[in-house]
Each structure stands twice: as C-alpha cells, then as structure tokens.
Design a protein around this ligand. Sequence first.
Ligand code: ZN
Length: 186
Amino acid sequence: MTAHKYLLPCTSCGQDTTVETRQAGDTVDCRCGKRLDVPTLRQLTALKPAADALPDEATPTRRWSGRQGLLLLGSVILLVTFGFGLYVWSDRPQRPTFDITADLEGIDEQIQQLSPVETWFLWKVEILERGFNVQTPRALVTYETERTLQQQKYLVVGFFAIVGGLVLVVGVFWRPPQPVPSSTTG
Ligand SMILES: [Zn+2]
C-alpha cells in the first residue's frame, strides 16, 4: 500500500508540512515550531496532495549539499592554514642580540694574536662591512637564512589563505546548473 502524502498548512505561519496518511490523527511539528494536529484520514485526503512537491524538496537539498561541501572545504583550508601560520609565526627566528662592548673586548684579545693582514681583513670585513665581531656574522648568516625561509613559509600560508578564501567565496555564491529533466520519465 502506498503512503500518500499531503500538504498540511500551518495555522501559525502558513508553511506547508508534508504529512503521510499513516500520520492521520497524529501531531506533527511545523518548521516554525508550531505543533499541528494532523486531521483524520478523510479530512486529510481533502488537502493538497504533496506528490508534486517532492522534487522541489529533493532539489534544494542536493543543491545545498554541494554548496556545503565547498563551504566546509574552504573553512578547513582556512583553519589548517591559520594553524600553520600561527606555528610559523611562533617559530620565527629571533634576531641575535649583541653585546658590543663585550664583543669588542673579545676582538681586542684576538687582534693581538693576528698578523697585520688578518687584522686588516678583520677590520675591513667583519667590523666595517658587517658591523660586529668575528663571532657575530655566523649568527647573522644563520638568522638571515632562517628569515628567508620564514618569508617563504609566510608565502605558502598566504597562498593557502587565498585558496581557502576563494573556495569559501565560490561556496557562498555557488549556483549549480539547473538539473536537466530526467529523460527516463518520458
Ligand atoms: Zn508554522
């Protein structure tokens, strides 16, 4: 026996709720929250049949799921990107700090053991060009290398943030092509 469906209008908001004949005499909740009394079977058959309403109900559900998928995907990408960005930011290299006075004292001791050429080289390259003592350039080089790497990580984060944002935007404005009427019905 087929369960026929009818549209029961809400006494509060006027929206139709689909009820089946087996629900006759029962109660059903409208989408607005109002509890509706389903009429008896005889009165029920006087209502507008819901058969033609079925495709309308099925289509928005399918349309929504594709959109939801995009919104979910975009959100996940953004969340993961945000988490990775936070990690990259917290893991950023710290600029080495220099105690110039102490460093210069260290240089003085080293300079006394150097040949004139080495002294000149030290002065020219390490102090004039790089600004600090013999030990600091290595720390600076390490820092600069890490900083370059850090900037590349930020680029990756930015790229995925844009991708995630685009997926979200596409999800928000997603309008799938209208389904072609099935040829099997004819
Ligand atoms: Zn209602």
